[in-house]
Design a binder for this molecule. Sequence first.
Ligand code: 5GP
Ligand code: MN
Length: 340
Amino acid sequence: MNEAITASAKALLATPKNIVVVGHKNPDGDAVGSCLALANTLNAMGHEAQVIMPNDFPDFLKWLPDCEQVLIFDKEVEKSTRFINDAELIFTLDFNALDRTGDMVQPLSEATADFILIDHHQQPDDYAAVIYSDTAMSSTCEMVFHFIDALGKLDLITADTATLLYTGIMTDTGSFRYPATSATTHRVIAHLIECGVNNAEIHQNIYDTNTPDRIALLGVALQNMKILPEYRTAYITLSQQELDENNFKKGDTEGFVNYALSVSGVVFALIFIENKQEQIVKISLRSKGSFSVNEFARKYFNGGGHTNAAGGRSSLPLDKTITEFISILPSHKKELTDES
Ligand code: 5GP
Ligand code: MN
């Protein structure tokens, strides 16, 4: 974090403030971890910080320390809106555009508070007074660690706060294996373990809590996987009916797309998940090497993210979405097959 950003953030935090900390819709480990860790630290500094998420987060994150304190906007619209209206400062974490907060975009765009953005996604929008954006960062949790460090407040990181930060770094780096995992990331992790993190327990809490329904749904997803060797591409589909038959719960499909990316030779992987209630198909995209799924998701599927991990959506039915996707592939054949 550079000196200008540090000075602006310090100035905004010089006196005790009412603060709201916001993550993106469908919050993941990095969003929940970074928001709660930052709020804990701001509270320890004498501020009044409240975390608000646009909608609920999955059960596999419900063990996170202090997660019961998160306000869920779509369950408590009035209370959440009051907090946003009364806030003097709003942090937005782990997203790059206000519309990534779903219906919360309205009270947020009407808010009078100053905004501080902390995020590692590409092309951040220009709505914040302070923008700490770094697309080379492993995770927003790592950035929150650097933010706390820049404020000179590392001594306020408790074992619980360290657990929150560790979890977000671990989930966003695929357990420290994606290219954005740097030597600094590992130094941050070492510091967090010294703060009292039980790393083995966190891995178990996140990865070893599968339900039989989720494993059965994974079986269906793997059966549905199509491999297109001529495009070095693999994709998975899940229809609403298949989700219903396996008692789908939020978070159950997390990580499924990685099975498609794990096929030898594949550099581009997707999962298309039908959502009848929202009348969309939600798409997760992953790649290896230089093929940018951020650009692909932006161009064709109203989404975005990072070079190697992005999301998007289609308003067409599932079968038509797939037909459209297949028709797009030939125009990217060269990039996909030039990959080493
Ligand atoms: P996932 O596929 O795990 O939902 O998301 C992968 C990455 O892309 C995450 O960093 C997520 O924040 C981002 N992402 C997911 N969906 C969208 C979307 O609809 N729009 C944008 N801009 N980013 C998204
Ligand atoms: Mn993230």
